[in-house]
Design a binder for this molecule. Structure first.
Ligand SMILES: C[S@@+](CC[C@H](N)C(=O)[O-])C[C@H]1O[C@@H](n2cnc3c(N)ncnc32)[C@H](O)[C@@H]1O
Length: 211
Protein backbone atom coordinates (compact mmCIF):
# COMPACT_ATOMS: atom_id res chain seq x y z
CA UNK A 1 0.00 0.00 0.00
CA UNK A 2 1.75 3.20 -1.15
CA UNK A 3 0.86 6.32 0.79
CA UNK A 4 2.10 9.88 0.67
CA UNK A 5 4.00 10.62 3.89
CA UNK A 6 1.49 12.09 6.33
CA UNK A 7 2.24 14.92 8.71
CA UNK A 8 1.72 14.54 12.42
CA UNK A 9 1.63 10.74 12.35
CA UNK A 10 3.54 10.52 15.63
CA UNK A 11 1.17 12.96 17.34
CA UNK A 12 -1.81 10.99 16.08
CA UNK A 13 -0.29 7.73 17.32
CA UNK A 14 0.36 9.25 20.75
CA UNK A 15 -3.24 10.46 20.83
CA UNK A 16 -4.34 6.82 20.57
CA UNK A 17 -2.68 6.23 23.93
CA UNK A 18 -2.76 2.66 25.17
CA UNK A 19 -3.38 1.18 21.73
CA UNK A 20 0.34 1.38 20.89
CA UNK A 21 2.72 -1.45 21.86
CA UNK A 22 5.75 0.80 22.21
CA UNK A 23 8.62 -1.65 22.73
CA UNK A 24 7.13 -4.93 21.55
CA UNK A 25 10.44 -6.82 21.92
CA UNK A 26 10.23 -6.25 25.67
CA UNK A 27 6.87 -8.03 25.71
CA UNK A 28 8.33 -11.25 24.27
CA UNK A 29 7.05 -14.14 26.38
CA UNK A 30 5.00 -11.69 28.51
CA UNK A 31 2.05 -10.80 26.28
CA UNK A 32 -0.19 -12.80 28.63
CA UNK A 33 0.44 -10.05 31.24
CA UNK A 34 -1.43 -7.46 29.19
CA UNK A 35 -3.87 -9.88 27.55
CA UNK A 36 -5.37 -10.86 30.92
CA UNK A 37 -4.69 -14.49 30.05
CA UNK A 38 -6.94 -14.30 27.01
CA UNK A 39 -5.85 -16.15 23.85
CA UNK A 40 -3.55 -13.88 21.82
CA UNK A 41 -4.31 -13.35 18.13
CA UNK A 42 -2.14 -11.54 15.58
CA UNK A 43 -3.02 -9.83 12.32
CA UNK A 44 -0.05 -9.24 10.01
CA UNK A 45 -0.42 -6.27 7.65
CA UNK A 46 -3.63 -4.85 9.12
CA UNK A 47 -3.88 -1.94 6.67
CA UNK A 48 -6.45 0.66 7.73
CA UNK A 49 -7.87 -1.67 10.37
CA UNK A 50 -11.44 -2.47 9.32
CA UNK A 51 -10.88 -6.20 9.97
CA UNK A 52 -9.05 -5.94 13.29
CA UNK A 53 -11.49 -3.37 14.66
CA UNK A 54 -14.56 -5.49 13.91
CA UNK A 55 -12.86 -8.77 14.90
CA UNK A 56 -11.76 -7.38 18.27
CA UNK A 57 -15.23 -5.92 18.87
CA UNK A 58 -16.94 -9.27 18.18
CA UNK A 59 -14.43 -11.28 20.29
CA UNK A 60 -13.89 -9.61 23.68
CA UNK A 61 -12.74 -13.00 25.06
CA UNK A 62 -9.59 -12.74 22.89
CA UNK A 63 -6.71 -10.24 22.81
CA UNK A 64 -5.44 -8.90 19.47
CA UNK A 65 -2.14 -7.53 18.22
CA UNK A 66 -2.07 -5.91 14.80
CA UNK A 67 1.20 -5.24 13.00
CA UNK A 68 1.52 -2.93 10.02
CA UNK A 69 4.89 -1.82 8.75
CA UNK A 70 3.64 1.50 7.34
CA UNK A 71 3.05 3.88 10.24
CA UNK A 72 0.92 6.29 8.21
CA UNK A 73 -1.45 3.40 7.53
CA UNK A 74 -1.26 1.90 11.01
CA UNK A 75 -2.37 5.16 12.60
CA UNK A 76 -5.65 5.01 10.67
CA UNK A 77 -6.31 1.53 12.09
CA UNK A 78 -5.49 2.78 15.58
CA UNK A 79 -7.85 5.74 15.26
CA UNK A 80 -10.61 3.42 14.03
CA UNK A 81 -10.24 1.23 17.14
CA UNK A 82 -9.94 4.21 19.48
CA UNK A 83 -13.10 5.80 18.05
CA UNK A 84 -14.94 2.48 18.43
CA UNK A 85 -13.65 2.25 22.03
CA UNK A 86 -11.99 -1.12 21.42
CA UNK A 87 -9.68 -2.01 24.29
CA UNK A 88 -8.61 -5.62 23.50
CA UNK A 89 -6.16 -4.66 20.76
CA UNK A 90 -2.69 -3.11 20.46
CA UNK A 91 -0.68 -2.07 17.41
CA UNK A 92 2.94 -2.20 16.37
CA UNK A 93 4.70 -0.96 13.23
CA UNK A 94 7.22 -3.82 13.13
CA UNK A 95 7.99 -5.75 9.97
CA UNK A 96 6.79 -9.37 9.93
CA UNK A 97 10.45 -10.40 9.58
CA UNK A 98 10.91 -9.42 13.23
CA UNK A 99 8.06 -11.46 14.67
CA UNK A 100 10.33 -13.97 16.40
CA UNK A 101 11.95 -11.07 18.29
CA UNK A 102 8.52 -10.09 19.57
CA UNK A 103 6.80 -13.42 20.29
CA UNK A 104 8.20 -16.48 22.03
CA UNK A 105 7.48 -20.09 21.14
CA UNK A 106 3.82 -21.02 21.24
CA UNK A 107 2.68 -17.59 22.43
CA UNK A 108 -0.04 -17.07 19.81
CA UNK A 109 -3.39 -18.77 19.24
CA UNK A 110 -4.31 -17.32 15.87
CA UNK A 111 -2.61 -15.51 12.99
CA UNK A 112 -4.55 -13.64 10.30
CA UNK A 113 -3.04 -12.89 6.91
CA UNK A 114 -5.49 -10.85 4.88
CA UNK A 115 -4.76 -9.89 1.29
CA UNK A 116 -1.01 -9.99 1.76
CA UNK A 117 0.98 -8.34 -1.01
CA UNK A 118 1.28 -10.92 -3.83
CA UNK A 119 4.79 -10.10 -5.05
CA UNK A 120 3.98 -11.73 -8.42
CA UNK A 121 7.54 -11.89 -9.78
CA UNK A 122 9.25 -15.21 -9.01
CA UNK A 123 12.43 -13.41 -7.98
CA UNK A 124 10.42 -11.69 -5.20
CA UNK A 125 8.81 -14.89 -3.86
CA UNK A 126 10.81 -14.65 -0.62
CA UNK A 127 8.96 -11.44 0.24
CA UNK A 128 5.55 -13.13 0.23
CA UNK A 129 4.22 -13.46 3.77
CA UNK A 130 3.41 -17.11 3.02
CA UNK A 131 6.95 -17.91 1.87
CA UNK A 132 8.52 -20.80 3.83
CA UNK A 133 10.81 -18.59 5.96
CA UNK A 134 7.77 -16.68 7.27
CA UNK A 135 5.78 -19.91 7.73
CA UNK A 136 8.61 -21.35 9.84
CA UNK A 137 8.44 -18.29 12.12
CA UNK A 138 4.65 -18.58 12.39
CA UNK A 139 5.01 -22.28 13.25
CA UNK A 140 7.31 -21.41 16.15
CA UNK A 141 5.23 -18.60 17.63
CA UNK A 142 1.90 -20.42 17.26
CA UNK A 143 0.71 -22.76 20.00
CA UNK A 144 0.46 -26.42 18.92
CA UNK A 145 -3.31 -26.06 18.53
CA UNK A 146 -2.99 -22.62 16.91
CA UNK A 147 -4.19 -21.67 13.46
CA UNK A 148 -3.35 -19.36 10.55
CA UNK A 149 -6.25 -17.93 8.55
CA UNK A 150 -5.18 -16.70 5.14
CA UNK A 151 -7.40 -15.05 2.57
CA UNK A 152 -6.68 -13.42 -0.76
CA UNK A 153 -8.31 -12.65 -4.08
CA UNK A 154 -5.05 -13.59 -5.83
CA UNK A 155 -5.33 -17.18 -7.05
CA UNK A 156 -1.64 -17.65 -8.01
CA UNK A 157 -0.63 -16.43 -4.52
CA UNK A 158 -3.24 -18.70 -2.95
CA UNK A 159 -2.02 -21.78 -4.86
CA UNK A 160 1.59 -20.93 -4.01
CA UNK A 161 0.65 -20.51 -0.34
CA UNK A 162 -1.21 -23.83 -0.10
CA UNK A 163 1.86 -25.59 -1.47
CA UNK A 164 4.27 -23.77 0.85
CA UNK A 165 2.06 -24.49 3.86
CA UNK A 166 1.85 -28.18 3.03
CA UNK A 167 5.60 -28.39 2.44
CA UNK A 168 6.16 -26.79 5.85
CA UNK A 169 3.98 -29.45 7.50
CA UNK A 170 0.83 -27.41 8.09
CA UNK A 171 -2.50 -29.23 7.98
CA UNK A 172 -4.94 -27.41 5.74
CA UNK A 173 -8.70 -27.24 6.18
CA UNK A 174 -11.78 -25.13 5.40
CA UNK A 175 -10.43 -24.29 1.95
CA UNK A 176 -12.74 -22.28 -0.23
CA UNK A 177 -12.19 -20.60 -3.57
CA UNK A 178 -15.32 -18.48 -3.22
CA UNK A 179 -15.57 -17.39 0.40
CA UNK A 180 -18.52 -15.05 -0.09
CA UNK A 181 -20.65 -17.85 -1.54
CA UNK A 182 -19.52 -20.51 0.93
CA UNK A 183 -20.71 -21.87 4.27
CA UNK A 184 -18.14 -19.54 5.90
CA UNK A 185 -19.66 -16.34 4.48
CA UNK A 186 -21.85 -15.48 7.49
CA UNK A 187 -18.96 -15.33 9.97
CA UNK A 188 -16.56 -13.64 7.53
CA UNK A 189 -15.32 -10.16 8.43
CA UNK A 190 -14.59 -8.19 5.27
CA UNK A 191 -11.31 -6.24 4.99
CA UNK A 192 -10.75 -3.05 2.97
CA UNK A 193 -9.03 -4.88 0.12
CA UNK A 194 -11.63 -7.61 0.20
CA UNK A 195 -14.49 -5.12 -0.22
CA UNK A 196 -12.65 -3.50 -3.10
CA UNK A 197 -11.73 -6.69 -4.96
CA UNK A 198 -15.04 -8.47 -4.48
CA UNK A 199 -16.87 -5.36 -5.74
CA UNK A 200 -14.79 -5.77 -8.91
CA UNK A 201 -15.99 -9.37 -9.26
CA UNK A 202 -12.93 -11.20 -7.91
CA UNK A 203 -13.62 -14.36 -5.91
CA UNK A 204 -12.02 -14.62 -2.47
CA UNK A 205 -9.92 -17.66 -1.50
CA UNK A 206 -9.53 -18.69 2.14
CA UNK A 207 -7.71 -21.44 4.05
CA UNK A 208 -7.10 -22.42 7.69
CA UNK A 209 -3.63 -23.90 8.35
CA UNK A 210 -2.62 -25.67 11.57
CA UNK A 211 0.93 -26.60 12.57
C1 LIG B 1 -2.51 -5.37 0.36
S1 LIG B 1 -2.53 -4.61 1.89
C2 LIG B 1 -3.89 -5.40 2.73
C3 LIG B 1 -4.38 -4.62 3.91
C4 LIG B 1 -5.51 -5.30 4.73
N1 LIG B 1 -5.02 -6.51 5.35
C5 LIG B 1 -6.71 -5.59 3.90
O1 LIG B 1 -6.99 -6.77 3.64
O2 LIG B 1 -7.41 -4.63 3.51
C6 LIG B 1 -1.13 -5.36 2.69
C7 LIG B 1 -0.70 -4.61 3.94
O3 LIG B 1 0.33 -5.37 4.57
C8 LIG B 1 1.37 -4.51 4.97
N2 LIG B 1 2.60 -5.31 4.95
C9 LIG B 1 3.18 -5.85 3.86
N3 LIG B 1 4.29 -6.53 4.19
C10 LIG B 1 4.42 -6.43 5.55
C11 LIG B 1 5.39 -6.89 6.48
N4 LIG B 1 6.45 -7.60 6.07
N5 LIG B 1 5.22 -6.60 7.79
C12 LIG B 1 4.15 -5.85 8.20
N6 LIG B 1 3.21 -5.37 7.35
C13 LIG B 1 3.33 -5.65 6.04
C14 LIG B 1 1.37 -3.42 3.92
O4 LIG B 1 1.98 -2.24 4.38
C15 LIG B 1 -0.12 -3.26 3.64
O5 LIG B 1 -0.71 -2.30 4.48
Amino acid sequence: MRMRKKKHTDDRIIACGSLLAENPEEMRGRWKDISDNRPICLEIGCGKGTFICETAKRNPEKFFIAVEKVRDVMVMAMEKCRDAQISNVVFSDIDAEKLYEVFSDGELSEIYLNFSDPWPKKKHAKRRLTYRTFLEIYKKILSPDGVIYFKTDNRPLFDFSLEEMQNCGFKLSDITYDLHNSQYADSNIVTEYEANFSAKGFKINRVAARP
